[in-house]
Design a protein around this ligand. Structure first.
Ligand code: BG6
Ligand code: MG
Length: 220
Protein backbone atom coordinates (compact mmCIF):
# COMPACT_ATOMS: atom_id res chain seq x y z
CA UNK A 1 0.00 0.00 0.00
CA UNK A 2 1.20 3.51 -0.75
CA UNK A 3 -0.02 6.24 1.55
CA UNK A 4 0.76 9.95 1.53
CA UNK A 5 2.45 11.45 4.58
CA UNK A 6 2.22 15.23 4.69
CA UNK A 7 4.38 17.14 7.14
CA UNK A 8 3.85 20.66 8.40
CA UNK A 9 7.21 22.43 8.78
CA UNK A 10 7.29 24.99 11.61
CA UNK A 11 6.92 23.19 14.94
CA UNK A 12 6.90 19.72 13.35
CA UNK A 13 10.21 19.40 11.52
CA UNK A 14 12.03 22.38 13.06
CA UNK A 15 11.37 24.63 16.05
CA UNK A 16 11.17 27.92 14.19
CA UNK A 17 8.38 29.25 16.44
CA UNK A 18 11.12 30.78 18.64
CA UNK A 19 12.41 32.84 15.69
CA UNK A 20 8.92 33.95 14.66
CA UNK A 21 8.43 34.96 18.30
CA UNK A 22 11.60 37.07 18.46
CA UNK A 23 10.81 38.87 15.22
CA UNK A 24 7.14 39.51 16.07
CA UNK A 25 8.08 40.62 19.57
CA UNK A 26 10.57 43.20 18.29
CA UNK A 27 8.00 44.48 15.84
CA UNK A 28 5.21 44.65 18.44
CA UNK A 29 7.48 46.40 20.95
CA UNK A 30 8.51 48.97 18.34
CA UNK A 31 4.80 49.83 18.07
CA UNK A 32 4.41 49.99 21.86
CA UNK A 33 2.46 46.71 21.92
CA UNK A 34 3.38 44.02 24.44
CA UNK A 35 3.61 40.49 23.06
CA UNK A 36 3.84 37.36 25.17
CA UNK A 37 4.78 33.73 24.49
CA UNK A 38 1.11 32.84 25.09
CA UNK A 39 0.09 35.18 22.30
CA UNK A 40 2.79 33.65 20.10
CA UNK A 41 1.09 30.26 20.64
CA UNK A 42 -1.99 31.69 18.95
CA UNK A 43 0.04 32.58 15.88
CA UNK A 44 1.15 29.00 15.22
CA UNK A 45 0.07 27.93 11.75
CA UNK A 46 -1.33 31.41 11.10
CA UNK A 47 -0.24 33.25 7.93
CA UNK A 48 2.09 36.25 8.06
CA UNK A 49 -0.68 38.71 7.14
CA UNK A 50 -3.13 37.33 9.69
CA UNK A 51 -0.42 37.29 12.38
CA UNK A 52 0.23 41.02 11.98
CA UNK A 53 -3.51 41.72 11.93
CA UNK A 54 -3.87 39.87 15.24
CA UNK A 55 -0.96 41.71 16.88
CA UNK A 56 -2.47 45.05 15.82
CA UNK A 57 -5.86 43.94 17.19
CA UNK A 58 -4.27 42.99 20.53
CA UNK A 59 -2.59 46.42 20.68
CA UNK A 60 -5.71 48.25 19.50
CA UNK A 61 -3.75 49.85 16.66
CA UNK A 62 -4.82 50.90 13.20
CA UNK A 63 -2.18 51.61 10.59
CA UNK A 64 -2.10 52.49 6.89
CA UNK A 65 -1.82 49.86 4.19
CA UNK A 66 1.68 51.08 3.32
CA UNK A 67 2.86 50.75 6.90
CA UNK A 68 1.29 47.29 7.13
CA UNK A 69 3.27 46.16 4.08
CA UNK A 70 6.47 47.75 5.43
CA UNK A 71 6.09 46.06 8.83
CA UNK A 72 5.46 42.66 7.25
CA UNK A 73 8.66 42.87 5.23
CA UNK A 74 10.62 44.20 8.23
CA UNK A 75 9.46 41.23 10.30
CA UNK A 76 10.41 38.83 7.55
CA UNK A 77 13.86 40.39 7.11
CA UNK A 78 14.61 39.83 10.79
CA UNK A 79 13.22 36.27 10.60
CA UNK A 80 15.43 35.55 7.58
CA UNK A 81 18.51 36.55 9.58
CA UNK A 82 17.64 33.96 12.23
CA UNK A 83 16.95 31.21 9.73
CA UNK A 84 20.10 31.96 7.73
CA UNK A 85 22.02 30.59 10.73
CA UNK A 86 20.05 27.32 10.92
CA UNK A 87 21.65 23.95 10.33
CA UNK A 88 20.84 20.23 10.74
CA UNK A 89 21.17 20.50 14.53
CA UNK A 90 17.79 22.28 14.55
CA UNK A 91 15.84 19.34 13.15
CA UNK A 92 13.49 18.13 15.86
CA UNK A 93 14.28 14.73 17.46
CA UNK A 94 13.60 11.60 15.38
CA UNK A 95 12.17 13.47 12.39
CA UNK A 96 14.91 12.03 10.11
CA UNK A 97 14.26 8.53 11.49
CA UNK A 98 10.56 8.72 10.60
CA UNK A 99 11.25 10.26 7.17
CA UNK A 100 13.85 7.60 6.35
CA UNK A 101 11.56 4.82 7.54
CA UNK A 102 8.76 6.09 5.27
CA UNK A 103 11.21 6.33 2.36
CA UNK A 104 12.37 2.74 3.03
CA UNK A 105 8.70 1.69 2.83
CA UNK A 106 8.26 3.57 -0.48
CA UNK A 107 5.59 5.91 0.89
CA UNK A 108 4.62 9.32 -0.52
CA UNK A 109 6.14 12.23 1.42
CA UNK A 110 5.07 15.87 1.06
CA UNK A 111 5.50 19.15 2.89
CA UNK A 112 2.37 21.20 3.63
CA UNK A 113 3.37 24.52 5.20
CA UNK A 114 1.89 28.01 5.42
CA UNK A 115 5.37 29.53 5.31
CA UNK A 116 6.73 31.37 2.31
CA UNK A 117 10.19 30.58 3.69
CA UNK A 118 9.67 26.81 3.75
CA UNK A 119 12.06 25.94 0.90
CA UNK A 120 14.87 28.05 2.38
CA UNK A 121 14.46 26.34 5.76
CA UNK A 122 14.35 22.81 4.28
CA UNK A 123 17.55 23.60 2.37
CA UNK A 124 19.25 24.95 5.49
CA UNK A 125 18.54 21.73 7.39
CA UNK A 126 19.37 19.53 4.37
CA UNK A 127 15.97 17.83 4.16
CA UNK A 128 14.72 19.01 0.74
CA UNK A 129 15.77 15.76 -0.90
CA UNK A 130 13.42 13.73 1.32
CA UNK A 131 10.24 15.31 -0.10
CA UNK A 132 8.54 14.30 -3.34
CA UNK A 133 6.25 17.34 -3.17
CA UNK A 134 6.62 20.70 -1.43
CA UNK A 135 3.55 22.87 -0.97
CA UNK A 136 4.12 26.11 0.91
CA UNK A 137 2.80 29.63 1.44
CA UNK A 138 3.76 30.56 -2.11
CA UNK A 139 1.42 27.90 -3.58
CA UNK A 140 -1.78 28.47 -1.62
CA UNK A 141 -4.39 31.19 -1.49
CA UNK A 142 -6.33 29.98 1.54
CA UNK A 143 -4.82 29.65 5.00
CA UNK A 144 -5.29 26.68 7.37
CA UNK A 145 -7.86 25.56 8.61
CA UNK A 146 -8.75 25.62 4.92
CA UNK A 147 -7.53 22.22 3.62
CA UNK A 148 -6.10 23.66 0.37
CA UNK A 149 -2.42 23.16 1.28
CA UNK A 150 -2.92 19.46 2.12
CA UNK A 151 -5.22 18.76 -0.83
CA UNK A 152 -2.62 20.15 -3.23
CA UNK A 153 0.01 18.03 -1.44
CA UNK A 154 -2.10 14.88 -1.95
CA UNK A 155 -2.68 15.77 -5.59
CA UNK A 156 1.03 16.33 -6.20
CA UNK A 157 1.77 12.94 -4.64
CA UNK A 158 -0.96 11.37 -6.77
CA UNK A 159 -2.61 9.89 -3.66
CA UNK A 160 -6.26 10.28 -2.64
CA UNK A 161 -6.87 12.53 0.41
CA UNK A 162 -8.41 9.66 2.40
CA UNK A 163 -5.12 7.80 1.98
CA UNK A 164 -3.09 10.65 3.45
CA UNK A 165 -1.78 11.28 6.95
CA UNK A 166 -0.89 14.76 8.23
CA UNK A 167 1.58 15.69 10.98
CA UNK A 168 0.68 19.06 12.54
CA UNK A 169 1.50 21.10 15.64
CA UNK A 170 -1.23 23.73 15.25
CA UNK A 171 -4.96 23.56 15.94
CA UNK A 172 -5.73 25.19 12.58
CA UNK A 173 -3.56 22.60 10.83
CA UNK A 174 -5.24 19.66 12.58
CA UNK A 175 -8.61 21.08 11.57
CA UNK A 176 -7.42 21.48 7.97
CA UNK A 177 -6.34 17.82 7.89
CA UNK A 178 -9.69 16.69 9.32
CA UNK A 179 -11.62 18.77 6.78
CA UNK A 180 -9.46 17.24 4.02
CA UNK A 181 -10.60 13.77 5.23
CA UNK A 182 -7.02 12.83 6.11
CA UNK A 183 -5.73 11.15 9.27
CA UNK A 184 -4.54 13.93 11.59
CA UNK A 185 -1.59 13.40 13.89
CA UNK A 186 -0.98 16.18 16.39
CA UNK A 187 2.59 16.82 17.52
CA UNK A 188 2.50 18.60 20.87
CA UNK A 189 0.08 19.01 23.76
CA UNK A 190 -2.89 16.60 23.67
CA UNK A 191 -5.08 19.12 25.51
CA UNK A 192 -4.54 21.71 22.82
CA UNK A 193 -4.60 19.29 19.86
CA UNK A 194 -7.60 17.26 21.07
CA UNK A 195 -9.28 17.35 17.64
CA UNK A 196 -6.49 15.21 16.16
CA UNK A 197 -6.97 11.47 15.54
CA UNK A 198 -3.70 10.78 17.40
CA UNK A 199 -1.40 13.02 19.44
CA UNK A 200 2.28 12.52 20.32
CA UNK A 201 4.56 14.85 22.24
CA UNK A 202 7.20 14.45 19.56
CA UNK A 203 8.48 11.99 16.94
CA UNK A 204 10.48 9.96 19.48
CA UNK A 205 7.09 8.54 20.54
CA UNK A 206 6.16 7.44 17.02
CA UNK A 207 7.20 3.82 16.66
CA UNK A 208 7.61 1.78 13.48
CA UNK A 209 4.65 -0.43 14.39
CA UNK A 210 2.38 2.63 14.48
CA UNK A 211 3.63 3.74 11.06
CA UNK A 212 3.17 0.21 9.66
CA UNK A 213 -0.43 0.23 10.85
CA UNK A 214 -1.05 3.53 9.07
CA UNK A 215 0.54 2.18 5.89
CA UNK A 216 -1.45 -1.05 5.82
CA UNK A 217 -4.82 0.26 7.06
CA UNK A 218 -7.41 -0.17 4.31
CA UNK A 219 -8.87 3.26 4.68
CA UNK A 220 -6.68 4.96 7.22
C1 BG6 B 1 3.54 28.89 9.76
C2 BG6 B 1 3.98 29.37 11.14
O1 BG6 B 1 4.10 27.65 9.49
O2 BG6 B 1 3.96 29.83 8.77
C3 BG6 B 1 3.48 30.78 11.40
O3 BG6 B 1 3.48 28.48 12.12
C4 BG6 B 1 3.94 31.71 10.28
O4 BG6 B 1 3.96 31.23 12.65
C5 BG6 B 1 3.46 31.16 8.94
O5 BG6 B 1 3.41 33.02 10.48
C6 BG6 B 1 3.93 32.02 7.76
O6 BG6 B 1 5.33 31.96 7.70
P1 BG6 B 1 6.26 32.93 6.88
O7 BG6 B 1 7.61 32.29 6.98
O8 BG6 B 1 5.75 32.93 5.45
O9 BG6 B 1 6.18 34.28 7.48
MG1 MG C 1 3.33 24.39 12.46
Amino acid sequence: MKKGFIFDLDGVIVDTAKYHFLAWQNLANSLGISFSEEQNEQLKGVSRIRSLEKILEWGNKTISEEEFTRLMSEKNEEYLIYISKMDVSEILPDVPRVLDYLISKDQGIALGSASKNARVILDKVDLTVKFQAIVDGTNVSKAKPDPEVFLIGAEELGILPENCVVFEDSVAGVQAANIANMVSIGIGDANILHEADYVFNDFTEIKEEFINNLVTAKKV
